[in-house]
Ligand binder design. Structure first.
Ligand SMILES: [Zn+2]
Length: 196
């Protein structure tokens, strides 16, 4: 069994990898969905997965691990802890402009080598915004590391991309969706809130 399958099994065991009929943020429908927070609410499992990320870059010099809010903050912290280096967090810009920035007194030193981490790679938007924010800093980017690449290999960056696993998720528009045709109720993930 490959490590990639082991990660998918872990995601499934914590309930993060779901089968069903889902409305994605893109408006398309799919039969699989990854709720990263089902993993990130489990510190022990998250720590194990972050060790796998850290192991991917132990041959490289990394000085700072950077992740975008929200899930990337947890991953950057834990990967950095395991590597024994610093972490930094790319937050949404406070001025309402799209993109990300480093706030709360974050500074980088010239020549620092940065590993960017994120959870699920779909469109690559949050990673791209993080790389853009880092472009204003005097640092070198070692690589981008993600837990799951579900872009189907379509998303690439100007730096190496490391994915612990890839996941092909079939998607359909509403008209062409076989699950709609079967009358299976459509679920919009991430919208349920704890009520008490
Ligand atoms: Zn559907």
């Amino acid at each position: 069994m490959s490590d990639a399958n082991a990660l998918l099994q872990r995601l499934r065991s914590v309930g993060a990898l779901k089968d069903g009929h889902f409305l994605l943020a893109s408006g398309r429908h799919s039969d699989r969905y990854v709720e990263k927070f089902d993993l990130l609410r489990q510190p022990s499992a998250t720590s194990d997965v972050c060790r796998e990320v850290a192991d991917q870059v132990r041959g490289e010099r990394v000085d700072v691990v950077v992740g975008p809010t929200t899930g990337g903050v947890i991953l950057a912290f834990e990967v950095a802890r395991q590597l024994g280096v610093a972490a930094a967090y790319a937050e949404r810009r406070s001025d309402g402009v799209s993109g990300r920035e480093f706030r709360r007194g974050t500074t980088f030193s010239p020549g620092q080598r940065v590993l960017v981490v994120d959870d699920i790679l779909t469109t690559g938007g949050s990673v791209r915004e993080t790389l853009a924010a880092l472009a204003a800093q005097p640092v070198d980017i070692v690589a981008v590391a993600v837990l799951v690449d579900r872009s189907g290999g379509r998303v690439t960056f100007e730096v190496p991309l490391v994915a612990l696993t890839t996941l092909d998720v079939a998607t359909w528009d509403a008209e062409g969706c076989p699950l709609c045709a079967e009358g299976i109720p459509l679920v919009k993930p991430g919208t349920t809130t704890a009520s008490s």
